[in-house]
Design a protein around this ligand. Structure first.
Ligand SMILES: CC(C)(COP(=O)(O)OP(=O)(O)OC[C@H]1O[C@@H](n2cnc3c(N)ncnc32)[C@H](O)[C@@H]1OP(=O)(O)O)[C@@H](O)C(=O)NCCC(=O)NCCS
Length: 204
């Protein structure tokens, strides 16, 4: 969606910036890794398809995405590509059975050296706070591989609870209703600092 195309979110360890065409090449290199594709339930795309996907994520009203930058690397050289470590996104859909607006969340810290430093936790919390405060949502949802202990632990620590388990897909669904209590909890975890993002006219 276009909601976030001119903003960046400043965390303590990471910075979230909108997913732009200039980020696609490195993103595509990450997604050539079989394990990462399996953990994120992603299909292998050609570079051209990845550029098309980036445009769709920008244009479509049901998709919100940010690239995660390592703040220390970025602040050293102001080189966004060198500072890229992962992405976080949200896909919106309506659950007609219960008439609720659901935001399915994803987080990936793709660079192995960047894992286990708190980047995934901070990036996801900032995304949840941004989405909760800028979109009309009833609940967050996440689908995680049953063996992905790190990710399960992460979302349980965000007070998500298991609502479904599909053995054939080896997948667990965790959900979090957006209640006033949970919003207060979220507000104690992160502070949303939003700045203007200077766009770049890079064309592939
Ligand atoms: C899952 C992922 C996003 C976590 O991000 P991260 O930056 O590595 O994790 P953080 O450093 O923020 O740590 C988050 C929590 O996981 C725990 N953790 C981190 N690495 C861990 C590991 N190897 N094993 C078990 N727990 C681990 C941390 O202790 C922390 O919990 P705590 O705050 O209670 O101590 C990241 O590892 C990743 O992208 N993995 C591959 C793709 C993926 O699985 N995506 C999720 C799909 S839903």
């Amino acid at each position: 969606m276009r909601l976030n195309e001119q903003i960046k979110i400043l965390g303590r360890k990471i910075i979230l910036v909108p997913y732009e065409a200039r980020h696609v090449k490195k993103y595509h290199e990450w997604m050539s890794n079989d394990t990462l594709r399996q953990l994120t339930a992603s299909e292998e795309l050609t570079l051209d398809e990845e550029y098309e996907m980036q445009m769709n994520w920008r244009k479509d009203d049901d998709k919100l995405t940010f690239i995660v930058l390592d703040a220390e690397i970025y602040n050293r050289g102001k080189d966004e590509i060198a500072a890229m470590v992962g992405d976080t996104n949200i896909f919106l859909h309506r659950d007609p059975d219960i008439d609720q607006q659901v935001a399915e969340a994803e987080i990936m810290i793709a660079e192995p050296d960047a894992r286990g430093k708190g980047f995934g936790r901070e990036a996801m919390l900032l995304m949840l706070k941004y989405a909760q405060s800028h979109l009309k949502l009833d609940k967050f949802q996440v689908k995680i591989d049953m063996d992905n202990a790190t990710s399960l632990h992460l979302f349980e620590s965000f007070r998500f609870v298991e609502t479904n388990r599909v053995e054939v897909f080896h997948e667990v669904t965790l959900e979090r209703l957006i209640t006033p209590d949970w919003i207060s909890w979220l507000d104690q975890q992160v502070e949303l600092r939003i700045k203007r993002y200077e766009r770049n006219d890079f064309q592939p």
